[in-house]
Design a protein around this ligand. Structure first.
Ligand code: SF4
Ligand code: SF4
Length: 249
């Protein structure tokens, strides 16, 4: 499949998009006065929540943690919390931090997850941006080698950062996850506390995390499966997080 693309600078991808950040970018976002959202999902050691075709990708970007009498694998995303326009978007729809914008901003509209093919219909970019410019994908392959390198770096940061992000969550008391495919738990940590936690963990790299995690599920059927696997399930109303369900209503 061939796809051509040229960004028309409409700024839509800078509105209402939580932009995944590397740990270094999250620290810079905090220093700039921005808010980070922490999104958590996990699968179980017995494979519950793990799509078979995504095993390698999911395992490499997750951290093994205890839950109840079993083990879970948490994947944690730190993202710029963008409700409405990004704080760095100016009136002309230009990025104020263009030279140091996050990796994911440089990669859009390409996907980071190797299992998600680029689907122009699922992207914010208007039709005209797909009807002009150089070939983005030729014969199913990404043409731009610099862009391919940015995607590689983003995936690598995801893998490298996960032990540190898990330790930061432990410091912040973040310990409830969703089951991968069922939803996410979403936290909006105090940014001074998050910055302090990043600095503390980076000054003294973490050992394997011993914090026990709990699962928040979308319904009783899936909760009973997770519980039967030995993991801890919460049934109380969330106080410090929101549960984002991926299950069709
Ligand atoms: S940092 Fe810049 S490129 Fe990234 S979402 Fe914000 S305004 Fe857009
Ligand atoms: S939505 Fe697409 S066309 Fe519009 S600014 Fe973002 S990358 Fe460019």
């Amino acid at each position: 499949m061939n796809t051509q693309f040229s960004c028309v600078g409409c700024g839509k991808c800078c509105n209402d998009h939580h932009v995944p950040l590397t740990l270094t970018e999250a620290r810079a976002w905090a220093a700039d006065g921005g808010q980070v959202i922490v999104l958590v999902e996990a699968f179980l050691g017995n494979g519950l929540g793990l799509p078979a075709q995504q095993r390698e990708h999911a395992e490499r970007r997750s951290c093994r943690v205890p839950s109840g009498s079993t083990e879970a694998y948490v994947a944690i995303t730190f993202a710029a919390y963008n409700v409405g326009p990004c704080r760095n978007l100016d009136e002309e729809q230009r990025c104020r931090i263009y030279e140091r914008r996050p990796l994911v901003c440089r990669i859009y509209p390409m996907e980071i997850n190797p299992h998600i093919p680029l689907n122009p219909q699922a992207k914010e970019c208007p039709t005209q941006s797909w009807e002009q410019g150089p070939q983005l994908i030729l014969g199913g392959e990404l043409v731009d080698l610099e862009l391919a390198e940015l995607i590689r770096r983003s995936r690598q940061a995801d893998r490298d950062d996960i032990p540190t992000k898990t330790a930061i969550c432990a410091l912040l008391g973040i310990r409830t996850t969703a089951l991968k495919g069922d939803g996410f738990t979403a936290y909006l940590p105090d940014m001074t506390a998050l910055a302090r936690a990043i600095d503390q963990i980076q000054a003294q790299p973490p050992e394997a995390s011993s914090q026990s995690w709990r699962f928040h599920l979308s319904g009783e059927d899936i909760a009973s499966q997770v519980q039967a696997a030995g993991a801890q399930v919460v049934s109380d109303t969330p106080l410090d997080y929101a549960f984002i369900s991926l299950r069709a209503a």
